[in-house]
Design a protein around this ligand. Structure first.
Ligand code: TYC
Length: 104
């Protein structure tokens, strides 16, 4: 009986507040331009964003036809590094390819 009352008397057992702060995620977005080659964009998606070839091609074509495409979701500092790496690689290769990050 005592057990039964403990179960039904309605003490709230669930925690409603998170105990740890989860990292905020950002999406890295690749932008279209008229000069960067498709092959270079696919290479960037494979090497910087670890995409398989078919997925890299799909994302590249999405950017090409729609103006922008999401390459992945990452914690803030990882996203920042990915954007900087894209820009460094594009500059080295002489392409105007741009990437940006947005809160996911
Ligand atoms: N529009 C480019 C072309 O026709 C290809 C391209 C795709 C460029 C995606 C940038 O993020 C990009 N060569």
């Amino acid at each position: 009986m005592a057990d039964e009352q403990r179960r039904t008397d309605g003490e709230v057992l669930e925690r409603t507040e998170r105990q740890v702060q989860e990292p905020e995620f950002y999406q890295v977005v690749l932008l279209n331009d008229d000069y960067t080659t498709m092959d270079f964009v696919v290479q960037v998606l494979e090497e910087i964003f670890n995409k398989q070839p078919a997925e890299a091609y799909r994302i590249m074509m999405q950017v090409h036809t729609q103006g922008r495409g999401v390459c992945g979701h990452y914690p803030y500092e990882v996203a920042e590094t990915k954007v900087a790496t894209v820009q460094d690689r594009a500059r080295e290769a002489g392409f105007p390819l741009q990437a940006t990050m947005e809160k996911a």
